[in-house]
Design a protein around this ligand. Sequence first.
Ligand SMILES: Cc1cc2nc3c(=O)[nH]c(=O)nc-3n(C[C@H](O)[C@H](O)[C@H](O)COP(=O)(O)OP(=O)(O)OC[C@H]3O[C@@H](n4cnc5c(N)ncnc54)[C@H](O)[C@@H]3O)c2cc1C
Length: 396
Amino acid sequence: VRHFDAIVVGCGAMGSSLSYRLAEKGLRVRALEQFGLNHGFGSSHGRTRIIRLAYYEDPRYVPLLLRAFDGWRELERDSGAELLKMTGGLMVGGEEGELVPGVMRSARAHGLRCESLTAKEVGERFDAFALSDGYSAVYEESAGVLFPEKIVESFVRLAGAAGCEFGFSERVTRWSPERERIIVETDDETYSADRVAFCAGAWAGSLLGDLLPLGVERQVPFWFSSRGRESFKPGRMPVFIVEEAPGVFYYGVPELGHGVKVARSHGGKAVGPDYVDRAVTREDAVPVEEFVTRRMRGLEVPAMDSTTCLYTNTPDFHFTAGLHPDDDRLAVLGAGSGHGFKFSGVLGEVLAGLMTGQRSPYDVSFLGLERFKGQARSGTGRSPGSHQVASSRRED
Ligand SMILES: Cc1cc2nc3c(=O)[nH]c(=O)nc-3n(C[C@H](O)[C@H](O)[C@H](O)COP(=O)(O)OP(=O)(O)OC[C@H]3O[C@@H](n4cnc5c(N)ncnc54)[C@H](O)[C@@H]3O)c2cc1C
């Protein structure tokens, strides 16, 4: 049985970031991933992710975001790859919705620069959009696009250089905390570790014996041809979120060589991570095509490409980042709830600190696991006992 200072389960955005930070601290780390690098079955694939600062979800994310932006620039420097493209961000909605009032709340709380625009002003400034009266909009410069596959690859490469060992195509089947160490079993091997971090995305529920009350939701982003029109290119088109009706969100990313990405956020089918229908249907496409026809000027319908991806949601849509309330040798990082990618760098730093006895320089108490006590779907996860992962149908 080989022993490690830390084992990280899962190598998507969260696990690759955390593995890098733990290895950088000099720990002997093994990261275990059931599929290959940048596979398409989880939550970290799909070419682009939006990053923004005036965070409508909650002003408590803003200090983390300020560090996140700096962190992505540092990762670009250390990896030599372009990972973040600033485009500005346009948030559109009604006064009674969550989005525009939420953006303004964060902007006020943290003194962030945002510009209020009417629907008409949006149309005059950005040719890509056709909004109707009744919408208001906020534009912020501090927003852009992250490149997720390149980021995960960069974390893995830098972690490897810092001494982290990776086991790809190595699925964790069982783990059990013992008095002196934690045993982790995979399909082929048994390891022991002083600490284990679960960064298992949509699979976290089955790995953690329902410690967390998580819901997994199928999502389908689409790419539409802009036929090379300048109005859809970065510089002319910002990333955007539109709250069509209270709680109904669409988002998009400008043309970066693969078409203009547009998708509905949330509103997808509840699924199990190993039971996802990957075939994209007309039922998936129609609402997005209708949105594009209604709100965008000059995109080609139907879409030219699409993919399926998974949101892992908590009941309050805040992430899980913290140590296990009953055993601080166990840590959990994930449940991005549809907006976690941009935080994967900073949360990897924070969790690596917590796992090595440091305090977080940021308030992450609202992301802690204590808030789920008593909420798990089955009672099994509340004390960290030995846990066997439910055997599942494999998709690959
Ligand atoms: C369509 C879509 C759009 C999004 N847009 C944005 C956005 O614009 N901005 C933003 O900030 N966020 C966005 N998000 C959210 C963000 O992408 C996710 O929160 C983030 O990528 C989650 O990363 P993760 O590492 O937790 O999960 P994953 O990337 O799924 O990684 C978990 C890994 O754990 C592995 N694993 C699971 N179980 C085991 C096991 N037993 N043994 C070994 N390995 C295991 C899995 O194979 C997987 O690779 C979006 C998500 C989706 C799906």
